[in-house]
Design a protein around this ligand. Structure first.
Ligand code: ATP
Ligand code: MG
Length: 440
């Protein structure tokens, strides 16, 4: 098949916008006589005029060739073998072109176990998930190579599965979440047959690896336009499928509240204000405070119930414990704001604690527009402003930490650059348990 080739003068992808280490690896491959492409999300993003998150390289060199060519490289992955080429602290990911994999058992399940059959650029394009993700930037002549109609679909702003969508979603149900992820992020539509196949196969999402599902869901919540992504997950039935208990507890009204929380996050991002993943996850649990009665209930009882509720749901949702602990503190902090605005000593101490700023961010996102809370808000804000330093609880740039970076013993979950307010030396910002003292 002859692909569409878009010449350099007819597309905006420039070497200047490609990460220099990636470019160095690509040139070395090209000079050694191999086909060398930039591929996947990076080409898509550059064609859309966006800054890619990472740069993937594809080549016809085999992993062993790559190991020989790059002395500081390592083969990673088993199901999907890649080579990491190390540069300083960074690594460039290089994949050998692959072919479509025959299902291991043609009679049985379409789920594929092994993805390491080498192939050419054409076969490599057709095994990819969506047309917009199957574009190649060819280092030989700087053209963009398109086998599947991806350039057209980028123009039309649609997410279209490559091949038969039903088959592709059965092979790998996570692709359905990926479709919603890209549709949400870019504000694209789902192509009709792709959308139909998602409706038809949403129930298959349980067959996918729980790990990959969780990863995709939280990618959606931490990317731009997360409200659109959340809405698609909701309307597509994936929230019900994956998080049934939580959905039943929140009800439609609670889900609306979470959606509007994410709208507020998106609006802030428009103004270059970004929140750490802990604050984003807190939005899932804010509606659990709905039946709170500050006049009748005791803080301790309310906090204990809220904590138990969050823990129950977050286990079912596969949230790492360290992330859950932070979310618990952020939500207990909400109770603190509501219960104690009239206790001067507590107000003074709480605004000085490292938890206050992120707690305040959650409050703004969830309740910033609630008129009944204007007085409460004014009290806390006045006390906080007396400290004479800016309110923190934000991060410099969109928080791209993987949710699984919260697993493991030490600081892996910390965002590299906190912003404003107090910057504690160790993990205290989010790891300190029980900062909000009980009783008094
Ligand atoms: P992002 O900007 O979120 O990183 P991406 O398109 O780069 O988006 P990755 O998850 O990094 O997505 O994957 C890189 C590429 O690998 C994709 O563009 C796509 O071509 C291919 N790919 C990823 N996951 C799948 C899958 N489940 N099935 C088929 N192809 C996939
Ligand atoms: Mg990527």
């Amino acid at each position: 098949m002859t692909p569409l080739r878009i010449r350099r003068e007819d597309h905006p992808v420039s070497r200047k916008s490609i990460d220099p280490d990636t470019l160095r690896v690509m040139y070395k491959l090209k000079d050694a006589g191999y086909e060398t492409y930039l591929v996947g999300g990076a080409v898509r993003d550059l064609l859309l005029g966006r800054q890619p998150k990472d740069f993937d390289v594809a080549t016809d060199a085999r992993p062993n060739d790559l190991r020989r060519l790059f002395r500081n490289s390592r083969v990673v992955g088993r199901r999907f073998r890649l080579v990491h080429v190390f540069f300083g602290g960074k690594n460039v990911e290089v994949a050998t072109l692959r072919s479509l994999v025959e299902p291991p058992d043609p009679e049985g399940d379409l789920y594929c176990e092994d993805d390491n059959q080498w192939g050419d650029i054409e076969s490599d394009a057709f095994r990819r998930d969506f047309t917009i993700n199957a574009l190649y930037y060819d280092l030989r002549d700087f053209s963009v190579v398109d086998f599947t109609g991806g350039v057209h679909d980028l123009h039309e702003r649609v997410v279209r599965a490559i091949g038969n969508p039903g088959v592709r979603f059965q092979e790998d149900p996570v692709r359905m979440l990926r479709a919603l992820k890209f549709a949400g992020r870019f504000g694209f539509d789902l192509e009709t047959e792709t959308a139909q196949a998602i409706m038809e196969h949403a129930g298959d999402i349980h067959k996918a690896s729980r790990f990959r599902v969780t990863e995709e869901i939280f990618r959606i919540l931490s990317q731009t336009n997360r409200a659109a992504g959340f809405d698609l997950l909701w309307r597509g039935g994936f929230l019900h499928q994956l998080y049934g208990g939580w959905v039943r507890e929140l009800g439609d009204q609670g889900l609306e509240e979470t959606l509007s929380y994410y709208r507020a996050v998106d609006a802030a991002a428009e103004q270059d204000r970004f929140y750490p993943l802990e604050v984003l996850c807190a939005g899932l649990f804010v509606p659990l405070m709905d039946d709170l009665n500050v006049d009748r209930q005791h803080f301790n009882a309310a906090a204990a119930r809220l904590t138990a509720d969050i823990r129950k749901h977050s286990i079912a949702m596969d949230l790492p414990k360290r992330l859950t602990n932070s979310v618990v503190e952020l939500l207990r902090g909400q109770l603190y704001l509501l219960f104690f605005p009239n206790l001067q000593g507590r107000v003074r101490r709480f605004v000085e604690s490292p938890w206050f700023d992120p707690v305040w961010r959650v409050h703004e996102l969830a309740f910033g527009q609630t008129p009944e809370l204007a007085q409460v808000r004014a009290t806390w804000l006045a006390a906080r402003e007396k400290l004479g330093r800016p309110i923190g609880g934000l991060v410099e740039s969109p928080d791209r930490r993987d949710i699984f970076s919260f697993r493991g013993k030490t600081g892996g979950g910390r965002h590299p650059h906190g912003r404003g307010g107090d910057e504690p030396e160790d993990d205290a910002e989010f790891a300190e348990p029980e900062l909000v003292d009980a009783g008094e």
